[in-house]
Design a protein around this ligand. Structure first.
Ligand SMILES: C[S@@+](CC[C@H](N)C(=O)[O-])C[C@H]1O[C@@H](n2cnc3c(N)ncnc32)[C@H](O)[C@@H]1O
Ligand code: SF4
Length: 475
């Protein structure tokens, strides 16, 4: 059994070792590695027929359960920090037309997977899935369950916005088999909320939390963001106190991805109001301290979980996994995305649906999968995917395991990367990683810079010479 180390309240954390100089040296644009290769490598050379052939092999390849993601893009209003793929509308006919097409897509998928119908992980994300009315939610779930079966112990999760979710919706979702809730909060300070166009009270959020507990949702997650305009250590500390008192099972504390050149809605944010690099890191350091002191385990680069939650158990057994839904506890090998802009990974390929509703509809109306772009991994991609996933999830790379899985000698194969880790000023000399015979261990300090460590193994990043940054900053 793994021995648990708990944080003594008030004890120093690795964040206390971070200096402004260290931050300045390592704060640069970089991926969050919800996939490798990242979505910027996807191309239109990957077509619908490539996708169909992958579905055919998936169907013929035996009984493993799948992961299914359903994207509901709608929100009534846009939060100005939002980086998700959303459609802002209050017109009921828009969501009605979308659901008609989504139902068609589910039928089409099921027709191509007559033998692969078991779901181990099933997730509705958005946008805001509880934008949908009670009958719409019920009909969509009925359509999925007409074809697919949720296995016992599956993770059945939904993202909700407490501002637009009713108790009746939660009751219905629970009855329909959902067992996990994730709700957006971001920050409880009114000035910050007004600045980012997302005013949400503590009472409203607490009521959702109480309802979720009452109804028996097994795990409830709260999302926070650090680095938003007008956030200060003092104000964020108050948010952290409120959230720890609510005692969610999991908390995601995301670094604000400020990418106004990609997300036009972020241009409305006043740049001068963004906390500077050192303050932004201080906000994260406060979050680490608050959640460790409150008895949470730190998970991956930006999550915290109560020790009895499955996510904390997955870390202990090194079975945590990461995909476009973020960190997850179930390692379904293949996952299928449904809905506009969703991304799947089947066999050796990523496949992404059309990002525009019109193109998504056009394809389905013609009886085609709405695949717009994708990427087929080569062998080198597959090796690096494994290494980057191990770093992001386990903070450890099992070199012998990688060598035997891919028929390589890890340290030979990655000789340039090992040199880069070891150069003066590089991750090893900064104390981020320790290289031992068996593999690469990321230190508690290095965990705070895990994106930078993973970047060393990213072949595409080395080759990139973009004029504009493609990614948000790593700190
Ligand atoms: C789909 S939303 C969650 C559900 C619901 N729409 C809501 O906001 O309550 C997913 C989460 O992504 C995070 N997020 C959105 N934009 C972000 C950004 N630019 N940087 C970091 N996190 C972001 C927020 O924490 C948000 O709660
Ligand atoms: S953060 Fe959530 S509610 Fe706000 S616009 Fe994005 S998806 Fe919609």
């Amino acid at each position: 059994m793994t021995k648990r180390r708990t944080q003594a309240e008030g004890a120093p954390t690795p964040a206390d070792l971070v200096t402004p100089d260290l931050l300045a040296r390592h704060d640069r644009p970089g991926p969050r590695y919800t996939s490798y290769p990242t979505a910027v490598e996807f191309t239109e050379e990957f077509t619908e027929s490539d996708y169909r052939s992958r579905l055919a092999s998936l169907d013929g390849s035996g009984g493993d359960s799948l992961s299914l993601y359903v994207h509901i893009p709608f929100c009534e209003e846009r939060c100005s920090f939002c980086g998700c793929n959303v459609v802002i509308t209050r017109k009921p006919e828009v969501s009605a037309a979308y659901l008609d097409h989504l139902h068609d897509e589910i039928d089409l998928l099921a027709a191509h997977l007559p033998r692969r119908r078991k779901l181990l992980q099933y997730h509705w994300g958005g946008g805001t899935p509880t934008y949908l009315s009670l009958p719409q939610i019920e009909a969509l779930q009925k359509k999925v369950l007409e074809h697919f079966e949720i296995v016992p112990d599956a993770e059945v999760a939904i993202e909700i916005d407490p501002r637009v979710t009713s108790r009746e919706q939660l009751e219905l979702l629970r009855r329909l088999g959902f067992n996990r809730l994730s709700m957006g909060v971001q920050d409880f300070t009114l000035e910050v909320q007004e600045e980012v166009n997302r005013v949400q009270s503590v009472e409203q959020t607490q009521a959702m939390m109480d309802a979720a507990r009452d109804l028996g949702f097994g795990s409830v997650n709260i999302d926070l963001i650090y680095g938003l305009p007008l956030q200060t250590p003092g104000s964020f500390q108050r948010t952290l106190e409120i959230v720890t008192a609510m005692r969610p099972d999991r908390v995601a504390v995301y670094s604000f991805a400020y990418v106004p050149w990609i997300k036009g809605n972020q241009k409305s944010l006043e740049e001068n109001y963004l906390p500077d690099r050192d303050t932004k890191f201080e906000l994260f350091a406060l979050a680490i301290k608050a959640f460790l002191d409150a008895g949470y385990d730190q998970i991956g680069m930006d999550h915290f979980a109560l020790p009895e939650d499955d996510m904390a158990k997955a870390v202990a057994s090194r079975t945590l996994y990461r995909n476009f839904m973020g960190y997850t506890v179930h390692k379904a090998r293949d996952f299928v995305g449904l809905g506009v802009s969703s991304i799947g990974f089947i066999g050796d390929a990523f496949a992404q649906n059309a990002k525009k509703l019109s193109r998504y509809y056009e394809a389905l109306d013609a009886g085609r999968f709405p695949i717009e772009r994708g990427y087929i991994l080569n062998e080198d991609d597959a090796v690096r995917q494994r290494v980057i996933m191990e770093l992001m999830c386990n903070f450890y790379v099992d070199a012998a395991g990688v060598s035997s899985a891919f028929g390589i000698d890890f340290f030979d194969y990655f000789a340039p990367e090992m040199d880069e880790l070891a150069v003066p000023g590089g991750p090893a000399s900064q104390g981020f990683v320790e290289v031992r015979g068996g593999g690469i261990e990321v230190t508690p300090l290095g965990r705070l810079f895990i994106r930078n460590v993973a970047m060393v193994f990213d072949r595409y990043l080395r080759e990139k010479t973009a004029d504009k940054p493609l990614f948000s900053r790593t700190i």
